[in-house]
Design a binder for this molecule. Structure first.
Ligand SMILES: Cc1cc2nc3c(=O)[nH]c(=O)nc-3n(C[C@H](O)[C@H](O)[C@H](O)COP(=O)(O)OP(=O)(O)OC[C@H]3O[C@@H](n4cnc5c(N)ncnc54)[C@H](O)[C@@H]3O)c2cc1C
Length: 387
């Protein structure tokens, strides 16, 4: 959606296909980081974004042992000193409405991309399925951004490198009351881990389970699950009866992978389709948006010249985005191995932070380091095209 909007804004004719009828989906991450806020500012959409229902989070903590340790601190960072938590559907609706201001932006909902049209080894468009029947789109460049289960990347025969993940995540909501903590934080204990995002009147909770454990867990009564949640986060009250059934608990199958090559003639792959991200750090949306900006900066001028876009231009987009992707995924994999795996597998000894680290984390400039990495990332993209 972001790439479509950025190209349309430059004057390129662009069609965005979305298989669903709307963006109202389960929780898929609501974190809009400073790197994305900067992009919204550059396209003069920030003030409208700020009208959406959102919370600003300025620091993040970990409840480890019996203390809450602040670990990530955005205060003092410029130009944005917070993460914005915004329902993803509101954010996507905002972008879609923005796109509609350009007559060359064509958003087709309920259009499922079914098949790449390949002629003489080059992708020249997409066959899609819509409520009115099959529709064919011809394009000088096709961009696959169909997410972590991308069927298009498979059709293109692009090789995937899988990195694996030791956990899956169960997402659900629980009511939040006045006497609950104010922070957004993680709880790490012997054999368990949970993340609680403060969304004013409710908690968006992430309960981390060992990979594949979800199907066995779902055979037990939901009350048992509520009690194990309460045993980790003592202030949550099992009496609320929420989540009321397993239908209210959504499983995120965590995967981390990356395409070796993100392109073939006429086709570029970006976002989760090119590199499925672990939820560690909540960076997936923001990295996908950075890909979109890099792609729009390179594709727009070539498309406006009405030229064919050579594969070398597509390769340039990958080479611009590959380093930040590799670095972020490396950190995610290390966190999965060293923190999450270790916490989940050790049911005897509660984990603790070493004294030297606790000492260092007393200083805000130290807590600013992970905040800068998570919030602004590496190789920040800038919208360099005129409206
Ligand atoms: C439960 C969960 C929690 C997450 N939490 C966070 C978080 O807190 N913070 C964060 O930054 N990231 C989070 N992520 C990751 C984040 O959602 C992704 O990294 C990000 O959305 C990737 O963006 P994308 O545009 O590449 O793919 P997606 O957001 O997956 O978008 C793909 C789109 O393509 C559509 N589509 C798929 N196939 C087709 C087709 N054949 N034809 C037409 N349309 C199609 C889909 O409906 C979807 O709208 C989470 C993911 C999940 C699943």
């Amino acid at each position: 959606m972001m790439l479509g909007v950025l190209l349309a804004r430059q004057g390129v004719n662009v069609t965005v296909l979305e298989k669903h009828a709307d963006f109202l989906r389960d929780f898929r991450g609501d974190t809009v980081h400073p790197s994305t806020l900067e992009i919204l500012d550059q396209i003069e959409l920030l003030s409208e974004f700020e009208k959406l229902p959102h919370n600003k989070v300025r620091h993040l903590g970990v409840h480890i042992g019996d203390r809450l340790q602040e670990v990530v601190d955005f205060r003092g960072l410029r130009p944005f000193d917070y993460l914005a938590f915004v329902p993803q559907w509101d954010f996507l609706d905002l972008l879609a409405d923005f796109g509609q201001r350009f007559e060359n932006f064509d958003l087709r909902m309920q259009h499922k991309a079914e098949e790449l049209i390949i002629e003489d080894g080059k992708c020249v468009g997409i066959r899609s399925e819509s409520p009115e029947g099959p529709v064919e789109f011809r394009a000088r460049v096709t961009v696959a951004c169909d997410g972590r289960y991308s069927a298009l990347r498979e059709q293109a025969g692009l090789k995937v490198k899988e990195f694996g993940a030791p956990m899956d995540v169960l997402w659900f909501k629980v009511p939040r009351s006045e006497d609950h903590p104010d922070e957004t934080f993680a709880i790490v204990g012997a054999g368990h881990m949970m993340i609680l995002l403060n969304r004013s009147d409710y908690w968006q909770a992430a309960y981390i389970v060992p990979k594949g454990a979800d199907s066995e867990l779902r055979k037990t009564p939901i009350g048992e699950f509520r009690r194990s949640v309460e045993s980790v986060a003592h202030f949550l009250d099992d009496e609320t009866g929420i989540p009321a059934s397993w239908d209210d608990v959504k499983t995120l199958e965590v995967r981390v992978d990356r395409l070796e090559k993100w392109h073939m003639p006429g086709l570029l792959v970006i976002g989760d389709a090119a590199h499925a991200m672990s939820p560690v750090g909540g960076v997936g949306i923001n990295l996908a948006i950075q890909d979109a900006v890099a792609a729009a900066n390179k594709l727009g001028p070539a498309l406006l010249r009405q030229e064919d876009v050579p594969e070398e231009v597509l390769a340039l987009i990958q080479s611009r985005r590959i380093l930040p992707t590799k670095i972020v995924q490396w950190f995610q994999i290390q966190a999965q191995k060293r923190v999450i795996s270790a916490a989940l597998s050790n049911r005897e000894t509660p984990p603790s932070l070493p004294g030297w680290l606790r000492f260092l984390l007393r200083f805000r400039f130290v807590r600013n380091i992970p905040a800068r990495f998570i919030g602004y990332g590496i190789r920040r993209e800038r919208v360099d095209s005129e409206r």
